[in-house]
Every structure is written in C-alpha cells, then in structure tokens.
Design a binder for this molecule. Structure first.
Ligand code: PAF
Length: 283
C-alpha cells in the first residue's frame, strides 16, 4: 500500500491517475479507523478505480485542546486495516500538520447559509471553520471525483455539501449510513476511549433515539424533547448536552411539524470525558 506524508508526492501519483482517466474516490478521516470508515472505503472502491484515504487529526477543528491531545493516533493499525480492504487500490495520505498548514495553523472563516450556527456549531466554537478549512484543502490536494462521509456527522455532511456548492468545487459528496456496533452504539474513533462502564451504558443513546422516533409519529417535537431529557436524567453515567429535532435541510429546530418536510433528531452526550454524537431520521 502506498502511504504518502507529503502532498507533492501524492499529487504526482494523482496526476498519473488522471492521465489514465481513473476515477478517484476520497475518504477523509482522522484515523483510528473502524468498520464505519472501512465501509466508506469499500463504497469508494465500488464506485471509483482508486480510493485515497487521508489520515490527519486536524488541529483547527478541536475546540477542546485536551480532546486534540488525547485523540487516538494509530497509523500503523489503520494501514493494516485498510490492507484488509485492498492493498493496491488504496492510497493513504497521512501528512504532518506543516504539510497541510505550513506554519500558519489557522482556519478560514466560512458561512454555510446558517447551517454552521446550529447544534455542533453552537456547542463547539470554531469547529466548522476548522472542518471547512481542512476539507477544502484536502479536496484541492486530492482533487477527487467523489468524496464519502458518514451520516453520524450529519451536520458536517450537510456543511460539506454546502461548501462544495458555494465554492464551486468539482466533487460529488456522498453521504453513507451510520455504522453501529451490535448493541447499537454508533461507531466512532472516540469509543475506544470510553471506560468499561461508560461503554456498557452508551447504547442507551441509540435506544432513546429509536423511542424518540416512534413518539414523534404522534407527539410534538417539544413533547418528544421533554421526554428524552427526562430519560437522560435517569441515567447518571450519561450527561445530555443537547437533543434537538431539526429540519433535515436547514438544520433549524422544528417549531411546528409539516408533512412536507423531513426531520432528524440529533443528540450530543458526555459519557465521562468523552463526547458522543448520534442522530436518526424521523420521517
Ligand atoms: O469526520 C471527520 O473525521 C473529520 O471531521 C474530517 C472530515 C476528516 C475532517 O478532519
């Protein structure tokens, strides 16, 4: 498997792919790969001749320095896992911070038609400026035909679609379903940092989302939200940061349900120090 730490070397290979008219699928990651990431890579390979996987813990999207420092970095294992998908059709780009940012480790300021102000945007200052900056840069380096993102970070997915639209970036952004552990916990690189007790209770998040979906069939968003907040109060190991039912397109919290719109419920929860997010389509 080809592993590049340097964007100019990667660019040469990409130019080579382009002269052969090969389609490039791109899976940006922050490493600590799990089955969810591998399913994105498999999808990328089923629709393109080659998959580029970036492994880069992007400093500008962390609002919490401790989270950045403790974020798992497991490049060797990541490469071994990718080899189980394909050894010769995957190219890894694992740069150091300087290769991406030079000596100016700052994010650009973006507007995404207001999508950036909701939920994660409201609770994690500067997060989507960091995400927008790195994804735009990676798109410029990798110049993929298609790029694959998981729906666990649904707001991120919508924002990246908006980034591509507003900045006229010639890439098709493809959202892929959330990958879950057998007990329902959404797969996340952060799950490896959960204590045994927190890992045991964490499936409660998805259980509650599923019940919220059932209730949303007959009850108002306000009623469902109050019910969810009550359930989390009974669960001492999990601290609810937010539960929001929002319009799928605008991500604005729903005030009055309309049969013409689609909605999703979004949740952010602390399990000890670890922040977990999840979401579910409601209709
Ligand atoms: O979803 C992630 O892992 C990151 O936000 C991304 C898209 C790789 C950008 O750093």
């Amino acid at each position: 498997m080809k592993v590049f730490h340097n964007k100019s070397e990667l660019s040469q290979l990409i130019d080579n792919f382009k002269t052969k008219n090969m389609l490039i699928g791109f899976v940006p990651t922050m490493g600590a790969l799990h089955e969810g990431h591998l399913s994105l890579v498999e999808k990328a390979l089923s629709e393109n001749q080659v998959a580029v996987v970036s492994v880069f813990v992007n400093p500008t999207q962390f609002d919490n320095q401790e989270d950045l420092v403790k974020y798992p970095r497991t490049l060797e294992t990541d490469i071994e896992l990718l080899k189980t998908v394909s050894d010769h059709k995957i190219v890894v780009y694992a740069p150091a911070v300087e290769d991406v940012y030079g000596d100016d480790v700052k994010s650009q300021s973006f507007k995404f038609d207001g999508l950036e102000n909701e939920m994660e945007g409201a609770f994690r200052e500067g997060h989507f400026n960091g995400v927008g900056t790195i994804v735009k840069r990676l798109f410029e380096i990798v110049t993929p035909n298609r790029a694959y993102f998981g729906e666990k970070d649904f707001q991120q997915l919508q924002i990246i679609k908006k980034l591509v639209e507003l900045h006229h970036i010639p890439v098709k952004v493809i959202g892929c379903p959330i990958h879950r552990a057998e007990d329902g916990l959404a797969m996340s690189s952060r799950n490896t940092r959960l204590t045994e007790n927190h890992r045991k209770v964490a499936p409660f998040i998805y259980e509650t989302l599923k019940s919220a979906k059932t209730k949303f069939g007959t009850k108002s968003a306000k009623n469902v939200t109050e019910w969810v907040e009550k359930q989390f109060k009974k669960q001492p190991l999990l601290e609810l940061e937010y539960f929001i039912i929002a319009d799928t397109d605008t991500l604005k919290p729903v005030k009055r349900k309309s049969t013409k719109k689609t909605y999703r419920a979004f949740v952010a929860v602390y399990a000890g120090d670890i922040r977990l997010i999840d979401n579910i389509a409601l209709n």
